[in-house]
Write a protein that binds this ligand. Structure first.
Ligand code: SF4
Length: 535
């Protein structure tokens, strides 16, 4: 590793902000989940508005930003590997980059340690200080902005979409005065804070103040998702006590954006061509519990109210939300989903386990029977409901009986989509101190067994799709082969669920990515299905 003195930045940063100077080129790598991706999009928007030009090629960048994930060990490792890869592009190593900035969850966890251990890192930006990306990049003073830069960030080319995103977010300054974020806090969050839930004391190198930042409809943002589709982060942070999870320490207490801010952002997204909006947050079903009571509603707004406000927006074809907490799925929420044609009949409820013993030690509560009741109720109120969940196997103390109960539950519940994660022991999470850790080989074997079980359930369910007519959002050429194209039906959330592969364009010479078509399902596989376009 090179010494820090070899990394002095030339020329001085100030020159980047002078009108006659070339705009600094910024390369951006975003790791982790969609929530982190929205943070990346916000930082890219800020950088662009601050006068930077974004480039997809790390070798062309003068400033490199890595927005990291630190949720579990493998994510931390990927973050560190990516930072080290970017170090190779620095001047000290014969590259072009003058500055390397590390942002995101890794900074919340190891703020002081990052620069100590990787001296080529010039600045760090935590999840609660996204706007300081400008200062970190030496762009603290306003610079000329252009909206036609052909930049493309991350891995895929979405140049047209990107340019339109920049235009869309360049809105009148006085918009911001109309939206006031009147948050208070959730009593549960306050009580858990008092009990030490958010404490970072066990973490050397972390800052004690928790993030409180929330972006607004006025914050510039550059979309990087495939055309016609965008995420909106409706809340940040989490107050839940799950004993395996360090997200609350990384992201801070739960805080919601006001409905008006989210509706304003959705309207601007739709105006620039977005047709599918996916609402995200650590737990979207807690939405509104921290907001001041709404005068019109006579109570605090809930997720159902937000959906009611968004669904009628002209031009919005598909609306969905991810990451529901099981005991927060209310009848009112389900009825709202059922009432609107453009709200996906789709629930993503990460249940984490089904054995009451494990759930209790996970500090989540619930039982397999209770979960089956919730699922039955949801399916009765929302016919044809698509259900997604995820589980953690190998939690400390998980017995063969606990795992067998989980398998039995999966067979009974028949989820449409299911993810299985191996337990990862995280310092700072309460479960880190639990005894009876499960050997890695056992964890892996349980993970494989549960996936195999789901594979059979999924393959059988996908057979039922054959002959079905669906509306398809075409995404483009298949990621696996150029012989096929791919798209998604309303039953598929972006990126995480199976795909609809297209092998027959029907009446069309060509398909246009980001456009909706009617299609008929002609074949099925374990998770994916094959379709021909009919309209
Ligand atoms: S709900 Fe539980 S698992 Fe999800 S982010 Fe909050 S604490 Fe973590």
């Amino acid at each position: 590793m090179s010494s820090p003195s070899a990394l002095e930045i030339q020329p001085p940063e100030e020159s980047w902000n002078t009108p006659e100077a070339a705009r600094p080129k910024v390369g951006f790598v975003s790791l982790g989940c969609p929530k982190n991706l929205v943070d990346s999009e916000v930082m890219m928007g800020l950088l662009h508005r601050g006068g930077a030009e974004l480039t997809p090629r790390a070798e062309d960048a003068e400033i490199l930003v890595v927005n990291t994930c630190s949720f579990i060990d493998s994510a931390k490792q990927e973050s560190v590997d990516t930072i080290l890869e970017m170090v190779e592009h620095k001047i000290a190593n014969g590259g072009r980059a003058k500055k390397l900035i590390v942002a995101g969850c890794l900074v919340e966890r190891y703020r002081d340690e990052i620069q100590k251990n990787i001296p080529q890192v010039d600045a760090v930006v935590g999840t609660g200080e996204l706007e300081s990306i400008l200062e970190a990049a030496g762009l603290s003073r306003p610079a000329a902005t252009e909206t036609n830069s052909p930049f493309n960030i991350l891995t895929t080319a979405q140049i047209e979409r990107h340019a339109s995103s920049v235009n869309q977010h360049s809105r009148p300054e006085n918009d911001s005065a109309q939206i006031i974020n009147e948050t208070t806090s959730r009593p549960e969050g306050d009580a858990r804070e008092a009990a030490g839930r958010f404490s970072r004391e066990a973490w050397d190198g972390a800052q004690t103040a928790l993030p409180t930042y929330l972006y607004t409809a006025e914050t510039p943002r550059i979309l990087t998702t495939p055309r016609a589709s965008a995420y909106i982060k409706i809340a940040e942070g989490c107050d839940h006590p799950c004993s395996f999870c360090i997200i609350p320490q990384l992201r801070g207490k739960f805080r919601s954006r006001p409905i008006a801010s989210i509706v304003a952002e959705a309207q601007h997204l739709i105006a620039q061509g977005v047709r599918e909006i996916t609402l995200i947050g650590q737990d979207t079903t807690c939405y509104g519990e921290d907001l001041a009571p709404d005068a019109e509603l006579g109570r605090r707004a809930e997720l159902g109210d937000l959906l009611e406000a968004l669904a009628p927006l002209p031009g919005l074809k598909w609306l969905r939300f991810l990451y529901a907490y099981p005991n927060k799925i209310t009848t009112r929420l389900l009825e709202t989903i059922a009432r609107h044609d453009n709200i996906a009949k789709y629930l993503d409820v990460p249940l984490q386990h089904a054995s009451a013993n494990v759930l209790r030690r996970m500090k989540r509560g619930g039982t397999a029977d209770r979960f089956l009741q919730i699922i039955d109720k949801a399916r009765s109120i929302v016919p044809s409901l698509v259900l997604r969940t995820s589980f953690i196997v190998g939690f400390p103390g998980e017995t063969d009986e606990d795992f067998a109960e989980l398998c039995k539950f999966v067979e009974a519940a028949k989820f449409d989509w299911l993810g299985v994660f191996s337990y990862s022991d995280e310092e700072g999470a309460q479960a880190f101190t639990h005894e009876h850790k499960i050997p890695k080989r056992t964890i892996e074997s349980r993970r494989r067994k549960l996936m195999k079980l789901q594979q059979k359930i999924s393959a059988k369910a996908k057979k039922q799709w054959i002959g079905r007519e669906v509306e398809l959002l075409v995404e483009g050429e298949s990621e696996e082969t150029e012989l096929l194209w791919q798209g998604r039906a309303l039953d598929h959330a972006p990126e995480i669920d199976g795909k609809v592969l297209i092998n027959d364009f029907g009446p069309h010479e060509e398909l246009v990515p980001g456009t909706f078509y009617r299609a008929e399902i002609t074949e099925s596989h374990d998770y994916d299905v094959v379709a021909r376009i009919i309209e």
